[in-house]
Ligand binder design. Sequence first.
Ligand code: AMP
Length: 295
Amino acid sequence: MEVDATGGARGAELATPARTVAGLRDAVRAWRAAGLRVALVPTMGAIHAGHIGLVRAAQARCERVIVSLFVNPTQFGATEDIASYPADEARDIALLAQAGVDLLFAPSVVEVYPDGFATTVTVSRLTDELCGRFRPGHFAGVATVVTKLLLQAAPDIAVFGEKDYQQLLVVRRLVRDLDIPAEIVGAPTVRDPDGLALSSRNVYLSPSERRAAPALFRTLTAVATRVADGSARCADACAWGADALRAAGFGAIDYIAVCDAATLEVLAQVDRPARVLAAARLGKARLIDNVGVPG
Ligand code: AMP
């Protein structure tokens, strides 16, 4: 077992999560005093290999890694799945301990949103379209809780997945706008061998839906290839992509769009770094994914 300058062993504190901001700050203060760099990986639990990929990226950059586990009520809409969101803290702790995570921060809802809580962080423009249009209030919930987590843990870096590409850009924006002194690191999407992006929500898929689900990544990749050389119109490629998803068994397609990779402005033709993003229903699940357009 690895032992650090403060005498603590990597992973040793994981069995007892920090439940309070004060407890979290005590741990971070001790690590800082020992000259160790600290990373934060925010999650909503239901840990899978995608989350572990973020932990690995964090460990490559910092000596200490905190994972937060908080199913944030303010980012769920009234009709969304918070009540059924998969939760098994003991399982999550075992997986994170195995990955060598140093501290789990698992606060209660009242610790994060004390009585009288009245502050919201909103990021405009970037959140107008895509998931922002279909999940009103979602990104305000995300931006508010991420701002709080960054102020609570004061990490050197925080790692977010490219799987939630719009969220990653929203976090980068708020950190720059609010002068929060943390570096935001984006980590690549971890996929099953058939291409399906890992997600806590994949448990909602029936066996036949699970077989259909890789069509999302396949279709996004095909759309990216079609628009890559700048000759195809993005609208045509996306209309083709929507048909392909419907043919594969997807229901409502919230969006499929080719966007500027930095601003998420919808592009007519690819003339700069671009990303193809989609959200679509498959049975009870709403799946999202995105890929870069080869440049
Ligand atoms: P969640 O627990 O779903 O809120 O996700 C927590 C973090 O893990 C976010 O930064 C996500 O973008 C990231 N994440 C979720 N799924 C994946 C994946 N398949 N690959 C990489 N990162 C992921």
